[in-house]
Design a protein. Structure first.
Length: 653
DNA sequence: CATGCCTGTCATCGA
DNA sequence: ACTCGATGACAGGCA
C-alpha cells in the first residue's frame, strides 16, 4: 500500500553533444558513401546521401522518400534546383551550417525554397538577403561592440532608445526579479543569453565537489541544472568590449607579428592584441547594444527539448539557441545550435536572442567583422579550432560571444579535441547566473586604466582567457618590463580568483538551495509517514474492536465449558492472537470465566504480555508464575496479571 | 546611521 | 617549485 507510493527518483542524463556527434558521423558516412541509400541527381551531378537525413530536412525529400521505399533510390531534382544551390544545402543538412557567399546566396535560397528546407528559409534568408541586397541600408549604426552587462546597462541609461527596448523586454521578465537583475535582463538580451550559455558547463561543479553533486542529485537537479562557468563568461565579456577600430591598422602593428608566433594567424593576432577601445564606438550607437525591434520574427521558434524527473519537476522549458558563426573565410556560416538552457520565457527569450542575432548580422558587412570575411584573408573555410574560436570571441560581434557557443567550443577544444566535446550538460539553474557583472565594470575599468598606464602592448582583458601555456608564451614573446610582468600576472591572478569566487559563491547558494529542497522534501515525507502511521493505528484499533465483538459473540453464543475453553486456549495460545487483548477482562466478565480461564489468559499473554485494548503497551502488573495445567499435570512459567492472580483466590475463598 | 547583501581581493590549502 | 582552483575571511559599495 505504502510502498507503491514511494517512487524512486528518476534522473536524466542529457548529452549536449550527442546530436552533433551523430550528425558528424552521418556526414562522414556520406563522404565515404557508407550506408547511403539515396542518390540525388542535380544537373548531371549525383550526390549520395541518407534518406532519413534528407527527409528530415526537406519537405521535398520527405514527400519523395515516403513514396519510395526500395533500395537504390535515385531522385532527380527539378530544373530550378542547381548544383550550386544544392550543395550548400546538402552540407547544411549534415552539418547544420550553411556556407554561402553573396554570389550564391540567391541560388541557395531558391533551392531551399523549392526543396522546402525547414528552419532555414525564415531563419536565414529572410534577413540575410535584405542585408546583402538592400541598397537602402546604410552603414551607420554598425558598431556592435557592447556586450557586458555593465556597459549595456550604462548604455541603456544613456539612451532613450534603449529604454524603449528595455520596455519591450521588461514585460517578459519575471516580476519577481530584483530591480538590479531585472535591469540587467532587460538591458541586453545577449547578456542573458551569455549567462545561459554558461549553463552548459556548470556541471563541473558537481564533478569538482561531490557533496554538491550529492545535493543536486538529492534535489533532482542533476538534470535540470543550468550552472555557469563564469570564467569564460567574464573573459568573454571583457574581451569583447574592445572594438577594433581599424583592422588594417592593427594588422600593421608590430605586435601582430610577434603574436603570430603563438600559433595565431595574423588576423587572429591582430584581432586579439590590437583592438583599442574606441570610445565613440561604444557611444554613438547605443541602439545596437540591445534589441532590434524590427526583426522579432526572423527566427522560427523551435520546439523545446524536454527533460524529466520525478522530483522535483524539471524546468518545463529548455529553449534552443541559435548561433551565428563566422568562419575565417569568405563565407558566412549560419548554424543552428541547440543547447540546453533555462530561461523564464523560452519563446520570448529566444526571440530576443534571435533579434540580437539578426541585428548583429545585419551589421556585419559594415563592421570590422566583415573584414574577416574578405576573401583575401582566407580562401578556404576550415574547421574552427580553438585559436580561431578564441579570437572569434574577441570580435566585435556580441552575439558570437554572448550566445556562449564560442565559449563552449573554446572550452571543449582546449580541453579535448575539437570534436570531442564537453561531454554533457548537467546544470542547475539559479538566478545568480544572470547577475554576475553588475559591479564588475568598475574593477575592470580600473584594471584597464592601470593597463593603459602600464602601456601594455596588448589588452589585459584577454589574458584571463588564455590558457596557461598561451599566457606564458605570450609573456615570453613580449618584451615586458618587470612592472608590466608583475602587473599582468597580478591581473590574471585576480581575475581568475574573482571568477573562482563567483563560482564558489554560486555553488554555496546552490548548495543552500538544495539543502532547503531536501529539508522540504524530508518534511513532506515525514508528514506523509505520520499520517500513514495514524491511519494504520486506527486500522489496528478497528480490527481489535472487530475481534472483540467476535469474541463476545463467540463466548455468548457458544457457552463454552471450561474444558472447551482450555482447548480453545490451547489452539489460540499465540502471542499475536487478538483475543489476548480482551482475555484479561473477558475472563472476569463472562460466566464461563473462572479459574479455568487462567491458563487461557496466561497462555494468550505469555509471549507478548497482557495488552490493554487499544494500546500496544504491555501493562506492568504482570508476573511470571508457575501455572498448573490440570490436563497435562505439568506446571509452566507464565506471565499473569495481578488481577488474574487475585481472582481465583477470592473465588476459592 | 545601522544593517544586510553583493562583490572583489587576499591568504591559505590541497591537488 | 610552481600553478591552479576552492574557499574562508575581510573590506568596500550599495540599497
Amino acid at each position: 500500500m505504502t510502498m507503491s507510493r514511494c517512487k524512486t527518483s528518476e534522473f536524466t542524463f542529457q548529452s549536449s553533444v550527442h546530436s552533433t556527434h551523430v550528425l558528424r558521423c552521418l556526414d562522414e558516412q556520406r563522404q565515404k558513401d557508407h550506408l547511403c541509400d539515396v542518390t540525388v541527381v542535380v544537373e548531371n551531378r549525383s550526390y549520395r546521401a541518407h534518406r532519413s537525413v534528407l527527409a528530415s530536412c526537406s519537405e521535398f525529400f520527405s514527400a519523395r522518400m515516403t513514396k519510395h521505399t526500395g533500395q537504390g533510390l535515385i531522385i532527380s531534382l527539378p530544373d530550378e534546383v542547381t548544383a550550386e544551390g544544392f550543395e550548400p544545402l546538402l552540407q547544411f543538412a549534415y552539418t547544420a551550417k550553411l556556407l554561402f557567399t553573396k554570389e550564391n546566396v540567391l541560388e541557395i535560397h531558391n533551392c531551399a525554397t523549392v526543396l522546402g528546407f525547414k528552419n532555414l528559409d525564415k531563419a536565414c534568408f529572410d534577413f540575410i538577403l535584405p542585408k546583402f541586397f538592400d541598397s537602402n541600408k546604410g552603414s551607420s549604426g554598425v558598431q556592435k561592440n557592447q556586450c557586458c552587462k555593465t556597459k549595456c546597462w550604462k548604455a541603456k541609461n544613456d539612451s532613450g532608445l534603449n529604454n524603449d527596448v528595455a520596455n519591450v523586454t521588461r514585460n517578459d521578465s519575471p516580476a519577481t526579479q530584483s530591480p538590479k537583475k531585472q535591469e540587467a535582463a532587460n538591458t541586453c538580451s545577449p547578456c542573458q543569453a551569455e549567462t545561459d550559455a554558461d549553463t552548459e558547463t556548470e556541471s563541473d561543479y558537481s564533478s569538482l565537489c561531490p557533496k554538491y553533486r550529492k545535493f543536486q542529485l538529492a534535489c533532482g537537479k542533476a538534470q535540470s541544472n543550468t550552472d555557469t562557468e563564469p570564467e569564460d563568461t567574464e573573459s568573454t565579456c571583457s574581451l569583447n568590449c574592445r572594438p577594433c577600430s581599424s583592422f588594417e591598422k592593427c594588422k600593421s602593428e608590430d605586435n601582430v607579428s610577434s603574436k603570430t608566433s603563438l600559433g595565431l594567424t595574423e588576423e587572429e593576432a591582430a584581432m586579439y592584441f590590437c583592438c583599442p577601445l574606441t570610445e565613440q564606438s561604444s557611444k554613438e550607437t547605443p541602439q545596437n547594444l540591445c534589441l532590434d525591434k524590427t526583426s522579432p520574427q526572423m527566427f522560427p521558434v523551435a520546439s523545446s527539448s524536454s527533460v524529466k524527473s520525478s522530483y522535483p519537476p524539471p524546468h518545463p522549458y529548455l529553449p534552443t539557441r541559435e548561433v551565428v558563426q563566422i568562419r575565417a573565410g569568405n563565407e558566412l556560416t549560419v548554424s543552428e545550435c541547440k543547447t540546453e538552457t533555462v530561461c523564464p520565457n523560452p519563446s520570448k527569450e529566444r526571440s530576443s536572442v534571435e533579434m540580437e542575432v539578426a541585428n548583429q548580422l545585419s551589421a556585419w558587412p559594415d563592421t570590422c567583422c566583415s573584414r574577416i570575411l574578405e576573401p583575401s584573408l582566407h580562401s578556404q573555410a576550415v574547421e574552427m579550432k580553438s585559436s580561431e574560436l578564441r579570437w572569434l570571441k574577441q570580435l566585435e560581434c556580441p552575439f558570437l560571444r554572448d550566445l556562449g557557443a564560442v565559449d563552449a567550443q573554446v572550452r571543449c577544444s582546449e580541453t579535448t579535441s575539437p570534436s570531442e566535446e564537453c561531454s554533457y550538460i548537467s546544470s542547475v539553474h539559479s538566478e545568480e547566473d544572470s547577475d554576475s557583472f553588475d559591479t564588475e565594470g568598475d574593477s575592470e575599468s580600473y584594471t584597464s586604466e592601470q593597463a593603459r598606464l602600464m602601456q601594455l602592448p596588448f589588452s589585459v582583458d584577454g589574458i584571463v582567457a588564455l590558457s596557461r601555456n598561451d599566457f606564458q608564451q605570450m609573456v615570453k614573446t613580449q618584451q615586458l618590463t618587470r612592472e608590466q610582468l608583475d602587473f599582468v600576472h597580478d591581473v590574471r591572478r585576480r581575475s581568475k580568483n574573482r571568477i573562482a569566487a563567483r563560482r564558489c559563491r554560486k555553488r554555496k547558494l546552490d548548495c543552500i538551495h538544495n539543502l532547503e529542497c531536501e529539508i522540504e522534501r524530508l518534511w513532506n515525507e515525514k508528514e506523509k509517514l505520520t499520517a500513514e502511521k495514524q491511519h494504520l493505528d486506527q486500522m489496528r484499533l478497528k480490527t481489535r474492536e472487530n475481534y472483540s465483538v467476535l469474541y463476545d459473540k463467540l463466548c455468548a453464543e457458544a457457552k463454552l465449558q471450561p474444558e472447551q475453553l482450555q482447548v480453545f486456549a490451547k489452539y489460540t495460545s499465540l502471542g499475536e492472537c487478538p483475543f489476548s487483548a480482551h482475555l484479561s477482562t473477558k475472563a472476569q466478565l463472562y460466566p464461563c470465566s473462572g479459574p479455568e480461564l487462567q491458563p487461557l489468559a496466561s497462555c494468550l499473554g505469555t509471549d507478548t504480555g497482557i495488552y490493554e485494548p487499544g494500546t500496544s503497551t504491555r501493562t506492568d502488573n504482570t508476573r511470571n508464575l508457575p501455572v498448573y495445567n490440570p490436563h497435562t499435570g505439568n506446571s509452566k512459567i507464565m506471565s499473569i496479571s495481578a488481577d488474574q492472580i487475585s481472582k481465583p483466590e477470592t473465588e476459592n475463598s
